[in-house]
Design a protein around this ligand. Sequence first.
Ligand code: DX5
Ligand code: ZN
Length: 218
Amino acid sequence: DAAVRINPSILAADFANMAAELARIASADFVHVDVMDNHFVPNLTFGPQMVERIQQTSPVPLDVHLMIDDVDRWAPGYAELGAASVTFHAEATTQPVALARRLREIGARAGVALKPGTGIEPFLEHIDEFDQVLIMTVEPGFGGQSFMPDMMPKLALVAEHARRRGSDVWLQVDGGISASTIAQAAEAGADTFVAGSAVFGSTDPTEAIASLRERALL
Ligand code: DX5
Ligand code: ZN
């Protein structure tokens, strides 16, 4: 579709004031929730208990990004607690299509994420099995890193494939998205944008969300 979605990442929020931080981004489309296990990535955030409270507290639906191992075991639980979207990493499972089907059965949108070094080619023929493809534009693990423009050809490839298939899959980018990088990603075909520091580092998150939205539509 032609819509643009802005999903602020609460990785950049104040974890001790989560309810207030969630209220500051009520104009967003989704809240991006980064789950890290200190194993799939060298950083640790939170698990199902915290995400369930975020689900109960957030004025906008949850876009859960799992940077964890054992997704076949853990991902369905995030769909069961009510997350609107659950995205697991391609590198963390040997059964991505089966897992996506399970997430959809539970009622969540199913997403697959690719690290910068992972190719999209094996997923192209299965594109209809996913509601979202996340092309990472940094190495996952930390906020505040620099956007990788060399991911744009991968994004353009999946965008072109989806367009030819008439697929309505959402194409998400995550990492280093700001007012100065979002247009490049939109140009390459992204429609769903995660932004951590660009939103929570701003004194006016509502204004930051609006300005990102505007630049993505240019
Ligand atoms: C990084 C996370 C991102 C992170 C983005 O591994 O997946 O969602 O919060 O942060 P920024 O927008 O600061 O690059
Ligand atoms: Zn993320």
